[in-house]
Design a protein. Structure first.
Length: 85
């Protein structure tokens, strides 16, 4: 019992002498999600399976979503084939 009291007393003295080390928290500003310029609508269509596989492979390689690929392709197509609105 004496040994236990010595260890416990030594711990209390150590805690009093050494200041506890508290971790410092880094504060970063919260990034708000980008607001789309115009509202988005759903667009569905069917394409050949082989084309979908190629699109998915390209998306993985270029780190771009299928949605972004479709938007870019449609904008490019319309800019080349139609009159500006």
């Amino acid at each position: 019992m004496e040994d236990y009291k010595k260890k416990l007393g030594g711990l209390a003295d150590k805690l009093k002498q050494e200041r506890p080390k508290t971790p410092m928290q880094e504060v970063l500003p919260v990034k708000s999600p980008a607001q789309p310029a115009e509202p988005e609508m759903q667009f569905n269509n069917r394409i050949p399976k082989s084309l979908l596989k190629r699109l998915k492979a390209y998306g993985v390689e270029a780190d771009i979503s299928l949605k972004d690929i479709n938007i870019q392709a449609l904008e490019l197509y319309l800019s080349q084939t139609s009159k500006p609105v």
